[in-house]
Ligand binder design. Sequence first.
Ligand SMILES: NC(=O)c1ccc[n+]([C@@H]2O[C@H](COP(=O)([O-])OP(=O)(O)OC[C@H]3O[C@@H](n4cnc5c(N)ncnc54)[C@H](OP(=O)(O)O)[C@@H]3O)[C@@H](O)[C@H]2O)c1
Length: 269
Amino acid sequence: MPHDAAEPDGIINPDTWTEVPRIIRESETPLPPPWQDLFGPLRAGSVDGLMVIGQCGQSIDARIATASGHSHYINGAAGLAHLHRLRALVDAVVVGVGTAQADDPQLTVRRVTGPNPARVVIDPSGRLTPRARLLANDGVRRLVIAGPDAAIDLSPDIEVARLATTKGQLAPVSILALLAHRGFRRILIEGGANTVSRFLAAGCLDRLHVVIAPMIIGAGPSSVSLAPIDRIEQAIRAPMRAHILGDEVLLDCDLSAQRIGVGIAKKSV
Ligand SMILES: NC(=O)c1ccc[n+]([C@@H]2O[C@H](COP(=O)([O-])OP(=O)(O)OC[C@H]3O[C@@H](n4cnc5c(N)ncnc54)[C@H](OP(=O)(O)O)[C@@H]3O)[C@@H](O)[C@H]2O)c1
């Protein structure tokens, strides 16, 4: 397991971070140490012009909450800083309406320096509250992706895009095509588990960042849930590298082998 250049407390030295969001966007210069090792793989996708990153913060036993739904906070300072760094590196951060309603997240970059990404909510039936904090008019684009018949009544400064549904489902590949059409190239699928699992099942992630906190919850929802398979050969193979983040571990999983190209993909949910 590579140990990143770390401070004595194990938290990656933030001083060299400041220029990383600019370099990753504006040049092909390698990122300053230790960031090339950690974020270099996010520079460009191998299938099309997009780089789509899923993330989950979880316990050792892959739980994202207790059985009663309590989830704040599983990850500690280092894991949360990593999430904010991911936000600072992407053009758009995407959540399902379940997360928007349950957590009312801001989806801004606050724990590290860097630009705020556009905020995107997948809301097929229009149940997002107009008071959601991620809709705040703070100068970044905000986009709601809805089904064709959803009743959406939001401020005019919020973009609304509609996609066809199949049994209430929006195809992740269509969501990516829509985001690409609007100019977003590096995209973070932040959560929740339902949304990340759909993108994974549809072959719509280039990488998955799993941040494991040093705790065992024992029961409760899992970070990823897919359709059952019969045999291990059918499992998704994801070559991975491990990085130490303070007292947590980041698994950077490479899903490029099963990533579907957005331009040529069949409709899939
Ligand atoms: N640990 C972490 O890293 C992390 C990160 C984010 C959130 N969370 C936690 O996750 C919980 C919420 O997650 P969740 O899994 O319940 O919900 P979620 O993934 O946030 O949202 C799921 C909902 O989004 C809509 N949706 C997403 N993708 C869709 C698609 N392709 N087609 C149609 N609809 C789609 C659906 O809305 P409808 O139901 O309206 O059809 C779906 O039920 C929160 O408690 C939050 O704390 C954890």
